[in-house]
Each structure stands twice: as C-alpha cells, then as structure tokens.
Design a protein around this ligand. Structure first.
Ligand SMILES: Nc1nc2c(ncn2[C@@H]2O[C@H](COP(=O)(O)OP(=O)(O)OP(=O)(O)O)[C@@H](O)[C@H]2O)c(=O)[nH]1
Ligand SMILES: [Mg+2]
Length: 209
C-alpha cells in the first residue's frame, strides 16, 4: 500500500500562470470552508501543521501545492461557501476553479469533502456537476465521521450512495468514503484510491467535434 514518506509545502498560487512547471500528477482536495480539508491533509501525511489554515477563512484565494514523496502533488483548493465573501470575489473563485478543472489531464483524482452529518450544500452539488462535466474522477469523502454514532453514519452513507447512484454507476464518482481524523477511519481506503488512480494513465481527451 502507498506510504506517504515525505510531504512538503511547495507553493500557493492565485493565478494559473504560476502553476508548477514540472508536470507531476495531482490529487486535488475540494470542499467548503471548515469541512476539514486541512485536517484531512495533515492526517494523510502524518504531519500536524502541514496544511496552512488561513486566519481569515473565506478570504484565501490560494491554491496550495504540496509535494508528496517527491512523486505527486496534493492540491488544496480554496474553501467555498463563506457567506460574507463579496460577489466579485465569488466570481473570481469560480473562474479560478473552473479553469483549474479544465486541466483535467493533470488531475489523477479529486476528493470532494462533505460533512458526514449534513446534506451536501448547493455549492457541493455544483462542484460535483463540474467534476462530472470536466470528466475528473472523484471520491466523495464524508468528514468528521466520529461525530456520528455508527448506526447513523451507516444510514447517511447509504443515503449518499442512493442519492449519487447515477454518478457512481455511470459518472465519474469512484466511491464514497467516511473519514475521521480522530479515529483514522477512511485513511487506508483513501490511500488505496490514491495509489490506484496515480497508477492509471491520464485519460484520453474526447475528440473534439
Ligand atoms: N471531530 C472531528 N473534528 C474534525 C475532523 N476534521 C476536522 N475537524 C475539525 O473541524 C474544524 C475545521 O477543520 P479544518 O481542517 O480547519 O477545515 P478546512 O476545510 O481546512 O477549513 P478552511 O481552511 O477554513 O477552508 C477544526 O476545528 C477541526 O479540528 C474530524 O474528522 N473529526
Ligand atoms: Mg484549511
């Protein structure tokens, strides 16, 4: 199984022209503010303070690159869903993220984080639509799974599987994984998916019509 032996912050980019030039494949983490992205990244890498959490949530517009095992990137996209963000900035965020996803040939796997205790938000659903549209393979990760009793977690997981059955069967959703930084649930499963997708060759682009 894939073992993460080194993880270093590489750079934060606010403009796609600043993207790293060496074309390593990317595992991209997506989710609203406070869903647990930084925590998950740190847990996956066994580091306490790898992922920089911003003191002004919702204002960071940086795409953060981490280099893992000197082999591939973890990419932390800016969190969304902050009510106080001005419209103009939301539009900037959308453009940045959409342009980022258009480079889907670089993306080995996207990991869409949603709170295990809640329904996906409209922005979560929009992100999933974009991932489907740009044909990016992705996982749904249900965060903070320790905060639910096991039976309830199981029920939520079933609900997610039923709701996104089409994406799982015919679309780009590769699986749904409950995750917790407290008890380590989901970590090995996520590593398995990451390893599997890094091994796959980049998708052939559909021929332009
Ligand atoms: N109990 C529990 N708490 C968690 C878990 N994951 C994250 N948290 C908590 O949730 C809060 C937000 O986590 P972050 O990792 O900072 O969330 P984020 O998505 O990076 O947020 P932004 O950087 O603001 O977009 C923190 O207080 C974490 O300790 C988990 O698996 N279990
Ligand atoms: Mg964070």
């Amino acid at each position: 199984m894939l073992k993460i032996t080194s993880a270093e912050f590489l750079q934060g980019v606010t403009d796609l022209r600043q993207l790293p030039k060496n074309e390593l494949r990317e595992i991209v983490f997506i989710g609203r503010s406070n869903v647990g992205k930084s925590s998950l990244l740190n847990k996956m890498c066994n580091k306490k303070n790898l992922a920089r959490s911003s003191s002004t949530p919702g204002k960071t517009r940086e795409i953060n690159y981490y280099i893992i095992n000197n082999e591939f990137y973890f990419v932390d996209l800016p969190g969304y869903g902050y009510a106080k963000v001005p419209e103009q900035m939301k539009a900037g965020w959308k453009r940045l993220i959409e342009d980022f996803l258009k480079r889907e040939e670089h993306i080995a796997l996207a990991v869409q984080l949603v709170d295990s205790r809640q329904e996906p938000t409209p922005l979560d659903l929009m992100m999933m639509d974009w991932l489907e549209y740009y044909e990016v393979p992705y996982l749904l990760v249900l965060t903070k799974a320790d905060k639910l009793p096991v039976s309830k977690l199981g029920r939520h997981l079933d609900e997610y599987k039923e709701r996104f059955e089409k994406q799982l069967k015919e679309g780009c959703c590769r699986g749904i994984v409950p995750f917790s930084i407290i008890n380590g649930m989901g970590k090995n499963e996520l590593l398995k998916y990451i390893e599997e997708h890094l091994a796959k060759r980049p998708q052939q682009k559909k021929e332009a019509v």
